[in-house]
Structures are given as C-alpha cells and as structure tokens.
Ligand binder design. Structure first.
Ligand code: NAD
Ligand code: DAU
Length: 359
C-alpha cells in the first residue's frame, strides 16, 4: 500500500485533494495528513474520510523538525504532497513574517526530513519516492494586457510577500533537485475555486456576502484578470504529475479560463439568481447594487494566465470542469453547507473582515 504524506490537508486544496485521492484509489493508498490547523485549516473539511482506517491525521507544524522527522520515522512515506502554506495575498501584505516562516522555512524542514528518510548510503535515493511541491502562478509576477501567458520558462518575478515566499520555496526545491538529484516536482497552478474554500478569497467571499445582502468589495477598477480552475481538476493534475511527470520538472497547471474580477462577480450574482428558488428571501438580497469599488490592493498584479501546454502534451492532463458548471457546483455546495460557513466565519474571521474592509 502506497503511503502519501500530505501537508496542509485540512485547508482548501489539500482537503479536496484527499477526497479526490480516496475517491480514485479507495483502500489502495494510505494518507497521513499533517496540518497545524491555522485559521485556514478545518477538520470539518475532512468529514467522510476521518473514519477510514487508511487515513491518519497528525496535528503538527511543518516548521517543527522533530515532529516532521518523527512522522517519517513512523511511516514508510512514498509520496509527499506539500500544500501547507500561508496562502492569502492580503494577509501577506499586512504581516509578511509568517509567510517566510511557514512557506520558506517550513518547506526547508519538509525537504530535509524527506531527504534524510529517503537517501541511500551511496548518495542516491530509495526507488519510487517522490516529493511534489504545490506552488502558484503568482511566482511569475504579472502580465499586462497583450502579453501572452506564463510558461515554465517565464522569469520568476514575484511582487507580493506571499508570492515572494512561494518563489523562494520553489527555488529551494529546485536547489535540492539540482544539488542532490532529489526526486521532486514543482507545480505552478492558477487560481482555484470550489468546495471548502475559505471566504477570504474572492469567490466564496462574494457568494457569502451576496447571500446576506452585504457589500461586494471590488479592488481598484475590477478589471484585474485571474485564470480560474475548478479545484478537482487541480487535484487530478497533482496526481498525474506524480504518476507520469518527469522527475525534476516543473509543470504549469491552468485551464485557459481568464476572467476579470468584475465578470466573476456578475456571473456569481446571475447564477445565484438562477439557482435560488422562488420565494427564498435571499433572492431579494442578491443584487448588482451591492457591488462596491474599494481601495486597490497594494502592488495588485494585473493579470495571471497559465500556458498548460507542457502538462497537456507530456502527461495528457486537461481540465474537465468548465467554469459555468464549476461555479454552479460551488454555489450548490455552499447552499448545502451553511453550517460550515457559519463556523468558519465566526470568531477570528469577523475580526479579520472588520480590519480588512473597515466594515
Ligand atoms: P489554505 O490557506 O486553504 O490552506 C493551507 C493549509 O495549510 C491549512 O490547512 C493550514 O492549517 C495549513 N498550514 C499553514 N501553516 C502550516 C504550518 N506551519 N504547519 C502545518 N500546516 C500549516 O491554502 P490553499 O488555498 O488550500 O493552498 C494550498 C497550497 O496551494 C498553497 O501552497 C498555495 O500556495 C497553493 N496554491 C493555491 C492556489 C489557490 O488558488 N488557492 C492556487 C495555486 C497554488
Ligand atoms: O493565482 C494563484 C493564487 O490565487 C494562489 O497562489 C493564492 O493562494 C490564492 O489566494 C489566489 O490569489 P489571488 O490574490 O489571485 O486571489 P484572491 O481570491 O485573493 O483575489 C482574486 C482577485 O480578486 C484579485 O485580483 C483581488 C480581487 N479581490 C479579492 C478580494 C478578496 C477583490 O477585488 N475583492 C476582494 O474582496
């Protein structure tokens, strides 16, 4: 039975990945989920898998070398899938330190622990051991209108403290590949959306606010472009890269689904109107009048757009869920998980929201 060590598996993409892997492989795999449960980590995201005999949760911080080495000593780990990170750009602008600590130093701890567990006496590595570092398209910086796409060969040019910390962690992984022939891959994915996404990010924030008749904050002119991918398609890509990718390679992941932020907000409002049943009191609240232009994000990247040619050609990955379908699935999920939203938006979220949006 192959053993996966997943870091950050209680977060948005990590939990979707774990659900995806159990749907695909069932009892053929074992998953060890290591997460220290920051504000973004939520064990409610793992309902349905937590009782499985082939699933283990370990509450630990990836910066804690001893704790991470203990996991490698206890389990014969075959695959590391490294999601754990501080992931929100706005938070990084307010408090960069934790981004460097978690994203850079935490990644170094993970690399060293895997290297120690997997290296052989002749300086090589045990067979069929693989480390996948989950990264972002933001490391490539910002495109302007008229530019083409981010390719794997595009210059690394991060602008926010978040993207600088992710670029630094990518560089460390690359250094381990180049120096030690460490068996790793890096993936750089575009913006994800779907179930379990924390409502500090654009799509769940807009869905949640619109359903309550609260203002919908649009940064700047609303014309910044992001390239949106349904989270299950990201999970599938990660699995395929580990199975079929060439070791040491970087793969971009994205589905050519570029949209301006204001377009996304219009689509969400229209879809909510279509999906809410007649007589539902929330129907009267959902309105374009809620759209409120607010101060722009500092250093706001204008456009992200991924060229996924390499992963398509080499591995045969393609996105299955088109945006119109993905946004409906996402909204339906939020309709069915009101309690989840209530839980994650209580407490600290209220404080964050009030500080961030002066609301
Ligand atoms: P998230 O913020 O929802 O989840 C992060 C998880 O990591 C949480 O469960 C948190 O508790 C855990 N974590 C944070 N610090 C930790 C630490 N020190 N030790 C152990 N666990 C810790 O993030 P996400 O959106 O799911 O992103 C996951 C990964 O994917 C990140 O590396 C991010 O950079 C990358 N990524 C995200 C997107 C996106 O659109 N969300 C796109 C491309 C890449
Ligand atoms: O591109 C991949 C990245 O996508 C990931 O690496 C990050 O972890 C993830 O958070 C995401 O970063 P973005 O900054 O692009 O996502 P966010 O949802 O925060 O914002 C999307 C766009 O919407 C961005 O242009 C800022 C804008 N925005 C965001 C919020 C929260 C608003 O206009 N209003 C808002 O309230």
């Amino acid at each position: 039975m192959r053993t996966y060590l997943v870091t950050g598996g209680a977060g948005f993409i990590g939990s979707n990945y774990i659900h995806y892997m159990f749907r695909k492989y069932g009892d053929e795999i074992r998953v060890i989920n290591v997460d220290c449960l920051t504000y973004a980590g939520n064990l409610e995201n793992l309902k349905g898998v937590e009782d499985r005999e082939n699933y283990v949760f370990v509450k630990a911080d990836i910066r804690d070398r001893e704790a991470i080495e203990k996991i490698f000593a206890e389990y014969d780990v075959d695959r590391v899938v490294h999601f754990a990170a501080e992931s929100h750009v706005d938070r990084s602008i307010r408090n960069p330190e934790i981004f460097v600590e978690t994203n850079v130093l935490g990644t170094l701890v993970m690399l060293n622990a895997a290297k120690k567990a997997w290296e052989t006496q002749d300086g090589g590595f045990l067979p069929d051991k693989k480390f996948l570092h989950v990264s972002t398209d933001e490391v490539y910086g910002s495109l302007e209108e008229g530019d083409t796409y981010f390719y794997e060969t595009s210059p690394i040019d991060p602008h926010s403290p978040y993207s600088a910390s992710k670029a630094s962690s990518d560089m460390l992984v690359k250094a381990y590949i180049d120096t030690y022939k460490f068996p790793a891959n890096i993936t750089n994915c575009s913006n994800n959306y779907g179930p379990y996404q924390f409502p500090e990010k654009l799509i769940p924030l807009i869905i949640n606010n619109a359903l309550q008749g609260k203002k919908l904050p649009v940064y700047g002119d609303g014309k910044n472009v992001r390239d949106w991918l349904y989270v299950d398609d990201h999970a599938k890509a990660i699995d395929l890269v580990q199975e079929k990718g060439r070791l040491g390679e970087r793969y971009n992941i994205g589905g050519h689904n570029e949209k301006q932020n204001i377009e996304i907000i219009h689509i969400i409002l229209d879809t909510l109107q279509e999906m809410l049943p007649e007589g539902d009191p929330r129907k009267a609240l959902v309105s374009r009048d809620l759209i409120t232009y607010v101060e722009d994000r500092k250093g706001h990247d204008r456009r992200y757009a991924i060229a996924p040619d390499k992963i398509k050609e080499e591995i045969g990955w393609y996105p299955k869920t088109m945006f119109q379908e993905g946004i409906r699935l996402t909204i339906q999920w939020f309709f069915e998980h009101e309690e989840w939203m209530k839980h994650v938006t209580s407490g600290d979220y209220q404080k964050y929201y009030a500080e961030m949006y002066q609301a």
